[in-house]
Design a binder for this molecule. Sequence first.
Ligand code: SF4
Length: 652
Amino acid sequence: MKVWFPHEKVRAEQNEFVKDAAEAITKGKIFLAHAPTGLGKTVSSLAPALSYALENNKKVFFLTPKISQHEIVLATARMMNEKFNLGIKAIDLVGRKQMCVDPFTSRTGMGFYEACAKRKKDKTCKYFTNAKGYTPKQKAVSMRLKRGVLQEYNNSYLHIKEQCQHRELCPYEITLEMIKGAHLIIGDYSHLFHEDISEGILGAAQTQLEDIVLIVDEAHNLPERLRDMLETSFDVSALEKAIKEAKNVGDFEVEFLLKDIEKEMLALGKKLSLDKSEARIEAHELDFLRKIARDGIMQMEETAEKFMTKNKTENSYLMALCSFLITLLHEKQHTLYLVQRKGSLGIGVYPMDPSELASEVLSKVHSAILMSGTLLPLQMYSDVLGITESGERKTEKEKTQLLHNQNVKEQFASAKELSQTKKETANPRLLRKEYKSPFPKENRINLFVGGVTTKYTSRSTGQYTQIAEIIDRAVAKVPGNTIVFFPSFDVMQSVKGAMKTRRQILKQEPEMSQDEKTKLIHNFKLLGSRFGGVLLAVSGGSIAEGIDFPGDYLSCAIIIGVPFGKMDITTQALIDFYEKEFHKGWEYAYNGPAITKAMQAAGRVIRTETDRGVIVFVDERFGEERFRQYYPKDFEMKKTNEPEKEIDKFFG
Ligand code: SF4
């Protein structure tokens, strides 16, 4: 396959990545790549994917966890077009809510989707009606308004939104129309992995998973995002509204059924002591709900529909309860059930295993590249996402994956033969690789300061004072900006109180709006070209991931503490689940995600080949052997108690 690579210069590591990606795509593989910053992951995955897709009538889906990452993908597609005149059509896909131009609906908070659905159904949204054109007269208007805009490929969603606003068209509907003709769809994980959403997207694209070359960027986020998509809950306050709906249409039978549910839920609530906001319940304790679901779901759905018709609404709590009950009936294995108090008393359903959802997509797509600068150990991600052959549990999925692949079909004469050889063969559809950082080693130094910790049981004013002193001493020697990442806002607050630096300190706050964050980053970047400032932020937050600080914007990152997640019932259940599945409960559910967060934060410093910077890891636990497997092979830390001297020498 000829790869249309748009850059003149290709670094050795990048060349290797492009070749591996091209091979994976051609042979229909799933490619898991730990690819550090600087390797040019976007262009190195996109060039072979689009080259293959254009030749073989496939579509490329490039999925990212954040909209801010879409622009570089679009820019790469534009660059390929400019250089090789390939005629690539790319579309920037974001959610309906971000696209909405209706002045009333776009301001709706929680009930946006219901409000939009209602306005569409009632035909009261002129933007929607203009986009669709129901009557012959409207159709003529619609065609006139859409002229030109449907060809606006390779532009950001903001551009499409502006064009549509101007013409009074719904930008989301226009984007859906454009998907059909697009070669490249840049979207969110949910656009393919969320069952309800992917159906609409694939339908609009007039394609199927088998014809998709998938690229998942920042793939270390995928397991958690998939778990989020699977979880569901229902609470008593919503139930009370559902009871009112049944009353509204005079369905007393359903009303009584719902009151029974309420009684049982309140009884379950007794498991919660006053000082706890959640408690684990066993699957059988929800049997009453399953029975009601089996016996009464049809009647409940009919009542919900009657209510919606009578009240001309798309929004029904009773219908939402029906969806919740259906989820319970199609219960996944390895699910955690909680009775919880989040404002109102409720029941939460948390499936632990994202591999089922992942496999539904990954076993069907033509090929996939899952890449990140922090995807170590690769084995962990292939286990967690169910794309490795690691035991009987995956037998059916592996068979599907293997059988899907044409090469494998040829290799194995029959499914019988396949199952016989299953134990001896590695999954031939899976390719895993760790790449080295392409940046000069001498441009970066990793320091490790032990002797202090933010370990919960060791937290004290003394520890915070020592940590503050380390920060003050280090910051004083940095000829520019420093970000200090903390494991939590609480620790940040405690350490900040003891800091004495004279540099200007800016601070991330727990509930910042996008605008506030943008302003904060802008102000911080300005300090880089003056005397240098200090930004206090949290590991795992939006500043630690997804924001670039190239050049003068950042010279040093100090990572305070190992950012472990909260040890709550869900984390404990996840540990138990991975212990049972892989004998790696703590590794997969606790240690791995924490080190990934720390490494993501550390990765903010060196973003380009010419960037120079220092990373200081402050916590004695960073040096423990159990964390070695999460660090890249070429990762070295220099142990010191005087980071300021090393920093001075480095920048000196
Ligand atoms: S149809 Fe489009 S413009 Fe109208 S409310 Fe929904 S998203 Fe907004």
